[in-house]
Design a protein around this ligand. Structure first.
Ligand SMILES: Nc1ncnc2c1ncn2[C@@H]1O[C@H](COP(=O)(O)OP(=O)(O)OP(=O)(O)O)[C@@H](O)[C@H]1O
Ligand SMILES: [Mg+2]
Length: 258
């Protein structure tokens, strides 16, 4: 059996004249933490949009657990187990922390008309959903804010909430777009702890976009480097650090900008 959970083959998409992703090929192993790095505008977020179905490729294929998904609607892809978080953690400020989390639940019986008319099913769902949400809030250490507006959370706490919301849907593959950006070091530690605990408990696979190279080198089994819409290097963290193409396209410019 193939141990690849995700296979992206020669995928391309343009917006107007811009080739945002230009023939990207990569794969992700089951149970791994794989990081995508690359300069601004390299096509990383667009790659996530393609995998999650928000953007359709002009060409190429995307397979999840061996089956093609690139023609599916985003909610069908989410149903299969791919859930993403967004660059800049979106929370609904005027909803409570708990309600924000409950929005992440899938299979709400209220979503179908037949079940909508069945109050018992809806009630059972809500109770179950609330329990799971509280459990996750405890795991990420912000249960004391359950009934507060999400607007009062710090940037880092919003990232934790965003992660927990993604987990409400019971994903098998989590796509995290810059989960550590703007998070203070203590909360980064906390986030990493949560990720590790979740990984061993739920056998999750993580594909994440991250700019902070130290964090990337620490947490990743594998690093994929993108530049100008393509994958220019792919390997273990150490090999990436020594790769000349990466140094030229990315590390060099980042070091220079520090
Ligand atoms: N919806 C869109 N319409 C037009 N151009 C777009 C769109 N989305 C992305 N692009 C362009 O595609 C290229 C890749 O953008 P993308 O957001 O995927 O980069 P990124 O690697 O995530 O960058 P960053 O590190 O800044 O988040 C950029 O040139 C961007 O301006
Ligand atoms: Mg981006």
């Amino acid at each position: 059996m193939n141990n690849l959970i995700l296979e992206v083959n020669d995928v391309a998409v343009s917006f107007g004249g811009v080739r945002a992703v230009n023939g990207a090929t990569l794969d992700v192993e089951v149970g791994s933490v794989t990081s995508v790095i690359g300069p601004n505008g390299a096509g990383k977020t667009t790659l996530f949009n393609l995998i999650s179905g928000a953007t359709k490729p002009d060409s190429g294929t995307i397979l999840f657990e061996g089956l093609e998904i690139h023609n599916l609607l985003p909610h069908k892809i989410a149903d299969r187990g791919i859930i993403r978080t967004f660059q800049g953690a979106k929370v609904i400020k005027r909803l409570s922390v708990l309600d924000n989390l409950m929005l992440g639940g899938q299979d709400n019986p209220g979503d179908s008309l037949v079940n909508f008319l069945n109050p018992k099913a809806r009630k059972a769902y809500e109770v179950q959903c609330r329990e799971r949400a509280m459990e996750l809030l405890k795991q990420i250490g912000i249960e004391r804010f359950a009934d507060e507006y999400a607007g009062i959370l710090s940037g880092g706490q919003r990232k934790l909430l965003d992660l927990a919301r993604a987990l409400m849907a019971n994903p098998t593959l989590l796509l995290l777009d810059e989960p550590f950006a703007g998070v203070n070091p203590t909360l980064v530690e906390k986030l990493l702890e949560v990720l590790h605990a979740l990984r061993s408990k739920h056998n999750l696979t993580f594909l994440l976009i991250e700019h902070d190279l130290e964090t990337v080198m620490n947490i990743s089994d594998r690093v994929i480097v993108m530049a100008e819409g393509r994958v220019i290097a792919d390997g273990k963290p150490n090999s990436i650090y020594e790769n000349q193409a990466v140094i030229d396209a990315y590390l060099g410019t980042r070091k220079a900008s520090k």
